[in-house]
Ligand binder design. Structure first.
Ligand SMILES: Nc1ncnc2c1ncn2[C@@H]1O[C@H](COP(=O)(O)OP(=O)(O)OP(=O)(O)O)[C@@H](O)[C@H]1O
Ligand SMILES: [Mg+2]
Length: 199
């Protein structure tokens, strides 16, 4: 977490707790990690819709979307990937103060990225969701056509092909999208989130 000397935080009259009471649920961050094509975006947006239909405040931060705006200036170098995650985690902290259930759909391939996000958000509000899917199945899906390009060497540093993916050691939830249907995965994540923010 970055704090600045000589800049004092202004405390408003409406607290996080006030907002959580109004929403009738707590705020938290659910950080989805997994290979490209594993299903992070599809599941997160599916759950978002279901939470919205329950009148809950939920929002998905999606890797591709933020790279158009907030992180549009960043490359895929190790330093830029770190900065990408740092910015998202800091935005999540603000959204948590706003009482929102945040779902973050980023490959976040290395343990150090996920650890940094956890530290910025704070242990108590952070849950890691491992969207597990074999590289073989992700490659078959090849949603974006990038695996093919990576195999041909036309995209460098592609996670799973020419850049590492570190399997999370201790995730809070695992969904296996090469073994269960989309509906099952969405239902399991929804149930997990409801247990953390409403019970
Ligand atoms: N159980 C499942 N859960 C999620 N997605 C599934 C499941 N079974 C099949 N799919 C399919 O897998 C694909 C997952 O693509 P998606 O864009 O969500 O991946 P992603 O992890 O967000 O990838 P990227 O990191 O490139 O953004 C979709 O076409 C989805 O319909
Ligand atoms: Mg995605």
């Amino acid at each position: 977490m970055c704090s600045r000397k000589n800049i004092q935080m202004f405390r408003g009259e409406v607290s996080r707790g006030d907002r959580e009471s109004l929403n009738a649920h707590r705020a938290a961050v659910f950080w989805f990690t997994g290979l490209s094509g594993s299903g992070k975006s599809t599941i997160a947006h599916g759950v978002e819709k279901r939470l919205f239909d329950r009148s809950m405040r939920a929002y998905v931060f999606d890797g591709d979307n933020v790279r158009h705006g907030l992180c549009g200036d960043l490359s895929f170098s190790p330093a830029a990937r770190t900065e990408n995650i740092r910015r998202i985690a800091e935005v999540c902290r603000l959204f948590i103060e706003n009482g929102t259930v945040c779902m973050c759909a980023f490959i976040s391939p290395l343990e150090k990225y996920r650890q940094m996000a956890r530290e910025i958000v704070g242990e108590a509000d952070f849950y890691e969701v491992f969207v597990s899917c074999s590289l073989e199945v992700c490659e078959e899906r090849d949603e974006k056509g990038y695996y093919k390009l990576a195999r041909e060497g036309k995209i460098k540093n592609y996670t799973g092909i020419s850049a590492p993916y570190e399997i999370p050691e201790n995730p809070d939830l695992i969904v296996e999208t090469d073994k269960e249907s989309l509906e099952e995965s969405v239902a399991r994540v929804e149930e997990f989130i409801l247990a953390k923010v409403t019970s």
